[in-house]
Design a protein around this ligand. Structure first.
Ligand SMILES: [Zn+2]
Length: 293
């Protein structure tokens, strides 16, 4: 299981190295232009070294003497920077991304944390590895509420699904959700948008089709129990009743429910049909599920 946090963490080492390279380049530009500044800084490094050596040898008086030479040189440096209009932080590292100060996350005024746009590559990788490799063009930003007509209803659906996945508002109490809609009403698009939106908020999410569970390896099934949000698309009573799928779903739902993790199943069947035609163990769980349509 890969999370956006891990991918961002991995990218940080690269960014630190880049920052150091940028800094060295910037500093050497100033040194080339102002050789006196380079000389002052070289002397400062030498003085600091000597001071430490003197202290280690117990020659306190000598160390103090070096200390005063060091502060004199510091004042000289400050004046030099000022006289030549050199910014005092010319030798400090700059952030590569000003928006997030290289943390990878930004927070809105309301306090919602989001993955920063400088981490788009990591986001794409995370989407790919979270079951959405085939949906690279689907994203929350180009979600159009008026797609297929009824804009208000789709807007409400989207926010209802997001609230359900985040356990917000009146959707706090349920962990298992059924999102029902007629065929060809853009359910998959919506479900993928929601899963991507959750990842963008720094959480982990996985998207799969119900019938894919049949062929899933044990590692992935173990991961299904751990994602913050799991979206199971094309859920149907006949598919979910297949022996292996019913077994896997039953244990996955049980573990996720115990951990308070949110699961959304997407289906064209209405709740009553689902419950009466499903595997009996699943039916018991679906009976208590929240319903969005
Ligand atoms: Zn950023």
């Amino acid at each position: 299981m890969v999370t956006i946090r891990e991918l961002i963490e991995l990218s940080l080492a690269e960014i630190e190295a880049q920052r150091r390279i940028d800094k060295d380049r910037k500093v050497s530009l100033y040194y080339d232009k102002y050789p006196e500044l380079r000389a002052i800084d070289t002397d400062l490094v030498e003085l600091r070294k000597s001071k430490i050596m003197a202290s280690l040898d117990g020659r306190e008086e000598y160390a103090d003497k070096i200390g005063s030479r060091e502060s004199a040189l510091r004042s000289k440096r400050e004046k030099f920077l000022h006289d030549n209009g050199i910014p005092s932080d010319f030798d400090s590292e700059d952030y590569i991304c000003d928006k997030c100060s290289d943390t990878g996350y930004t927070a809105s005024k309301e306090g919602t944390v989001r993955v920063c746009s400088c981490k788009n590559a990591q986001l794409e990788e995370c989407y790919d590895r979270s079951g959405m490799r085939d949906y690279s063009s689907v994203r929350l930003d180009n979600y159009r509420a008026d797609y297929l007509g009824d804009a208000e209803q789709r807007k409400a659906l989207m926010s209802g699904l997001l609230s359900a996945c985040l356990g917000r508002g009146d959707k706090e109490d349920k962990d298992l959700w059924i999102y029902q809609g007629a065929p060809q009403t853009g359910k998959t698009f919506l479900a993928v948008c929601v899963a991507k939106g959750i990842i963008k908020l720094g959480k982990s999410a996985y998207y799969c089709k119900c019938e894919d569970i049949e062929e899933m390896d044990e590692d992935l099934i173990a991961d299904l129990k751990r994602y913050d949000v799991l979206v199971i698309d094309d859920f149907a009573s006949d598919i979910s009743s297949r022996r292996r799928i019913a077994y896997v779903l039953n244990t996955v739902f049980e573990v996720r429910n115990a951990a308070g993790l949110k699961t959304v199943i997407v289906t064209y069947e209405n709740k009553n049909d689902l419950i009466s035609n499903c595997d009996v163990r699943l039916a018991g769980k679906l009976k208590n599920a929240g319903y969005i349509s």
